[in-house]
Write a protein of this length. Structure first.
Length: 418
């Protein structure tokens, strides 16, 4: 098969945009682009202004997501979309999210300059509010674009300002009355391809620049689980009379670890984390049986059935261990998200396109969440390109190389021109 002659993405423009974004959002330590605040807004303004200079169409929806369009030959055909988020965690890095938007803009800029007209409209989306550290809500911007948010979330408070989403939206030029209205129709989107830096060490360790994402893990969490027994003297109370909360928690953790090992050996994708475990410092003591302990449980998998099975297993372990130790274990409120598989055809197209271009790739799951999960769950054929990045993300040390970014952008262009 011949490599299609495609105009190159405009990498000089991409480098300038990364530099300007960095200068606009450096906080003295890292990068802060606060959701529905001045940091995120400056990034949106920069991308919109760049799009207008390139004579591309720009639009916004009721949640102030940004859409930049290069018109195609058939304007009625379902559109090809790409994009990512423009917000960041506090003191984060410059590439998490922004790389996906800048990759899309650099592709459209290259095409525009070369006079290349795609067969259908190609749209780059600058997504709002992906980082749930600001508002406690997953995928706020992309869900709002599909009209999949309740208007009540306008009352959510931003973690730093304690002011509502409605107020922040208004400050950025939005109108709370319109919020929640659907802008995107799944049937009108031919595909969504998101380029994002890898946030783990897999590609760096493998010495491979590009990852093809197979799916995005879903999760369930019990943030406020609790075991309650009874405080007692550590010497005077025999084993059979104890209601030891620490022992119950330890047995539960050990049982879950064994379940994890067994399921993983059976080929399941699974990660179980007890990220917090605390006795009450006001009451615990060296010479006391602990009467209470707080436990925080985070379970992730690519497979909905594995999440369901582990949740059922967890309930069973809670009953067994609770009965055996005479401790009441209460899991409390459950939150989480559904796993999202990337489209199989897109994965194989991506692999073939990379091969034609001599780009080495690795297939991999995404442990972190991305807006692509929402597109996939809405039924849009969705794919993700990971770009190698050292030192992880959500910190100021992200280190994506522009040479790796270029490979990702070239692959993105191939996937958008289909
Ligand atoms: Zn991200």
């Amino acid at each position: 098969m011949n490599t299609p002659v495609m105009p190159r993405p405009d990498l000089d423009l991409a480098a300038r945009l990364f530099d300007t974004l960095y200068r606009n959002s450096f906080d003295g330590v890292g990068i802060t682009r606060d959701t529905y605040g001045s940091g995120e807004q400056r990034a949106h303004d920069l991308i919109a202004a760049t799009a207008r200079e390139l004579d591309l169409e720009t639009a916004q929806d009721a949640a102030l997501n940004l859409y930049v369009t290069l018109p195609g030959r058939d304007r009625d055909a379902p559109r090809a979309m790409t994009g990512s988020h423009l917000d960041s965690v506090p003191a984060g890095g410059n590439f998490d999210g922004a790389a996906g938007v800048i990759a899309g803009i650099s592709v459209l800029a290259g095409w525009r300059r070369a006079g290349y007209v795609p067969s259908r409209d190609v749209v780059v989306m600058g997504v709002r509010a992906e980082e749930s550290t600001w508002f406690p809500y997953s995928y706020l911007g992309s869900k709002a674009a599909f009209g999949k948010v309740a208007r009540s979330i306008l009352e959510l408070k931003r973690s730093d300002t304690q002011r509502s989403l409605g107020e922040h939206l208004t400050e950025c030029g939005g109108s709370p009355e319109q919020f929640g209205r659907a802008y995107l129709e799944p049937g009108r989107i031919a595909r969504f391809i998101e380029l994002h830096i890898e946030q783990g060490p897999v590609l760096v360790e493998a010495g491979i620049a590009i990852g093809i994402v197979t799916g995005i893990r879903g999760s369930f969490r019990y943030r406020d689980a609790r075991a309650v027994g009874a405080y007692a003297h550590s010497g005077a109370v025999p084993r059979r009379n104890r209601r030891d909360a620490v022992r119950a928690a330890a047995l539960l953790i050990t049982a879950l670890d064994e379940d994890w090992r067994r399921l993983e050996e059976g080929g399941r994708d699974l990660a179980i984390t007890i990220g917090k475990l605390s006795t009450n410092p006001a009451q615990h003591a060296f010479s006391k049986v602990a009467g209470e302990i707080d436990i925080c449980i985070d379970v992730r998998s690519l497979e909905a059935r594995t999440l369901g099975e582990v949740d059922a297993l967890l309930a069973q372990r809670v009953r067994e261990i609770g009965a055996a130790t005479n401790v009441s274990i209460v899991l409390g409120e459950r939150s989480g998200s559904d796993p999202a598989l990337m489209d199989a055809t897109i994965q194989s197209e991506m692999g073939a396109a990379a091969k034609r271009r001599g780009i080495a790739t690795r297939m991999m799951a995404s442990g972190a969440g991305h807006d692509s999960a929402v597109f996939a769950q809405m039924g849009v054929p969705t794919g993700m390109i990971f770009v190698r990045n050292d030192f992880g993300s959500h910190n100021p040390d992200e280190r994506m190389e522009m040479a790796d970014f270029e490979l990702g952008a070239v692959l993105l262009a191939d996937m958008l021109s289909k």
